[in-house]
Design a protein around this ligand. Sequence first.
Ligand code: AHG
Ligand code: MN
Ligand code: MN
Length: 323
Amino acid sequence: MSLQSHVLAGERAHPGATGDFSWILSAISLATKTIGNKVRRARIEDVLGELAAENTHGERQQKLDVIANNVIKSCLGSRANIGVLVSEEDEEPTVLRTRNDGGRYAVFFDPLDGSSNLDVSVGVGTIFGIVRLPEGEKGGVDAILSKDSHIVAAGYVLYGSSTVFMLTTGDGVDMFVLDHSIGSYVLAKRGVQMPDARQIYSINEAYSDRFPQGVQSYLGWAHKEGYSSRYIGSMVADVHRTILKGGIFIYPVSSDRPKGKLRLLYEALPMAMLVEQAGGVAITESGTRILDIYATDLHERTGVILGSTQEIAYFQEHMNKSS
Ligand code: AHG
Ligand code: MN
Ligand code: MN
């Protein structure tokens, strides 16, 4: 089954569905096929390397970051039901239309995650979250940051050795793989479930000295227990492995990054929804459920700990002992 027919079938099962999702998801599907194509041709076309410009976080933009951002915005920009787009690469949101003019959804996205890995041909990805905007809001930033806006769908595409699209609309996680020969995402697994436990941690351990005491204590324990370490440095790739194989992914706050590195709206929240829908847990180092955090700033950061239920429980034991 293709992604498109899967989404249409899901809508048919919900009487009163407006078809909004198929429109948004078909735009994301087209955008990610286009981005994937650019990623694969990166050594052939002149799309690699850094631009002189920095993004909203003071990070050097890769040429492909900018290309991917433009591709997503042009695909989503033509969908009548989207009110606002929020991208990692843009300081300000793109307001397309107000709620009263039919802009019922906001889409948050990290157009290219792990882009510093592009030069070495390591897996990168696109992350997105779709948020239903509250009735009566005028649109723009207020609507997105309102406590009445709810994430209703999330996903990512991993441009790895195969191109994988993981999607949740709140009813489990489905995995699609791009069949290049027909140009469609085809359903590979319905209802993906994370293993409850796996002795693998994924963390940039070189920063250990700067992590909270509880994280250091957890790592010391995991060493003694014989854990294995896997860290790619592309969140999409690290989270994808964690969902499929189990384990724990940790990007905590640190003394030099007191708010963490990863961004709440377009990195942490979509991944948290996917992980929970796959039967896992997604929290901050203080134990707050990521899906319960309300953003106060479009680009705010958060610590991210996600993974198998049992592995998160071990992690929390160490955090609780050290607090
Ligand atoms: P982005 O390329 O969108 O800026 O994201 C990079 C992120 C994420 O993919 C990864 O988990 C993390 O940066 C890696 O950071 P470190 O290099 O500090 O480990
Ligand atoms: Mn990212
Ligand atoms: Mn990015």
